[in-house]
Design a protein around this ligand. Structure first.
Ligand SMILES: *Cc1c(COP(=O)(O)O)cnc(C)c1O
Length: 394
């Protein structure tokens, strides 16, 4: 048999303005190209310690059990749920999008008695309905998504965390898209288990899942009567590697951790407040531009995520054709709608470093060209002009 060797990897350079992965700074890619050392090498142990310290600053927590799970955001979700749930435990899962739905699926696979609280895609939960459900079902755990990337809706969780504790429940929060893009205050809001991912507002390739567990959550894990059914994600063992024991569990993805270390350095160098303000400024400019072009947001004012802008596709416009043109002609990736929003919305990401005037203005100009070619009536330049006015005002 003859061997065939394909050409080496040579990906096109894109502007990633979808729901993730986001644009990766070359500093992060360069860090990942550094020499691989052993997973118990003193140098790597130092990188792990520094990463933990930076993650605590990012999560705004003192939680001892704070680390990066080897796997993408979904592995973070699975880690949180499978460590806190034993077969037969009751868990309320708030479902108003794809990721809430995924959490309910994970919980059921862990043997939880799942109570799904549902809201239409794009809406958020009120404290009243959550409290009613807590009273009725008395769950061990409530799971909720802080930034629902599938819909663009922002769910406040501080009040819900307080209610969970009043009713004897723990709260697990999906901060995959919110972390690094808007405030996530783990200690102040008293969140018990929080997971995120590297590929959204942290601008690191997909591959790690930052997680943090409160003392309350750690006590629940310590009190388990059964083993966590996932060997790989069992925090009792993983924490022995990230903690002072340094006991081998699995080989950490070394270079992926270099990448996260550099990505976290970039976030902390800028400062969280400055970063959140920049996210907001660019979100407002994009929104002004889109509105001037006649596009409406799919989520109510006041509940919109700055890093994920879901807009309604104008009537008569070919969803797939526009996304294809954006990609082929401009190298810009945006996301289509998911679930019931499929074919109805576009999801425009401004994640981390991607929240910048260069991306906003190029995108608005490119979208204008696509829409004009689709026969949409709009005033040329209106979108870019409105965005520039918004920048001038901020
Ligand atoms: C992206 C995302 C996930 C899943 O992360 P993966 O990296 O795709 O595994 C989970 N929850 C939310 C809110 C997300 O945006």
């Amino acid at each position: 048999m003859t061997t065939t060797v394909p050409a080496p990897v040579a990906p096109p350079r894109r502007i990633l303005m979808g729901p993730g992965p986001s644009d990766i700074p070359s500093r992060v890619l360069l860090a990942m190209a550094a020499p691989t050392v052993g997973h118990l090498d003193p140098y790597f142990l130092r990188i792990m310690d520094e990463t933990q310290s930076m993650l605590r600053q990012l999560f705004r927590t003192q939680n001892k059990l704070t680390l990066a799970v080897s796997g993408t955001g979904s592995a973070g979700m699975e880690t949180v749920v499978c460590n806190l749930i034993e077969p037969g435990d009751k868990m309320i899962v708030c479902v108003n999008g794809v990721f809430g739905g995924r959490m309910a699926d994970v919980a059921a696979r862990c043997g939880a008695e799942v109570i799904k609280l549902e809201r239409p895609f794009g809406e958020i939960f009120s404290s009243e309905e959550i409290e009613a459900a807590l009273k009725q079902h008395k769950p061990k755990l409530l799971g909720i998504v802080n930034a629902e990337t599938s819909t663009g809706a922002s769910q406040p969780v501080q009040d819900i965390a307080r209610l969970c504790h009043e009713h004897g429940a723990l709260i697990a929060v999906d901060c995959v898209t919110s972390l690094g893009g808007q405030p996530v205050e783990v200690d102040e809001w008293q969140l018990d288990a929080v997971y995120s991912g590297t590929q959204k507002c942290l601008n690191c390739p997909p591959g790690l899942a930052p997680v943090t567990f409160s003392d309350r959550a750690v006590a629940a894990i310590d009190a388990r009567k059964t083993k966590v059914q996932s060997w790989y994600l069992d925090m009792q063992m993983v924490k022995d590697y990230w903690g002072s024991n340094r006991a081998y569990h699995h080989t950490a993805p070394i270079n992926m951790n270099y990448g996260l270390h550099e990505a976290l350095r970039i976030v902390l160098e800028e400062g969280l407040e400055a970063r959140f303000a920049r996210q907001q400024r660019n979100h407002l400019a994009l929104k002004a531009g889109l509105k001037a072009m006649g596009l409406e947001y799919a989520v109510k004012e006041g509940q919109q995520l700055p890093m994920l802008n879901a807009v309604i596709i104008p009537a008569g416009v070919d969803d797939a054709a526009v996304r294809k043109q954006l990609l082929n002609e401009f190298g810009i990736e945006i996301g289509g709608g998911l679930g019931p929003m499929k074919g109805k919305t576009w999801r425009i990401g401004l994640m981390g470093v991607g929240a910048c005037p260069a991306n906003v203005l190029v995108f608005l100009a490119a979208l204008e060209k696509c829409l004009l070619e689709q026969g949409v009536k709009l005033i040329p330049g209106a979108g870019v002009g409105a965005a520039n006015l918004a920048y001038a005002r901020s």
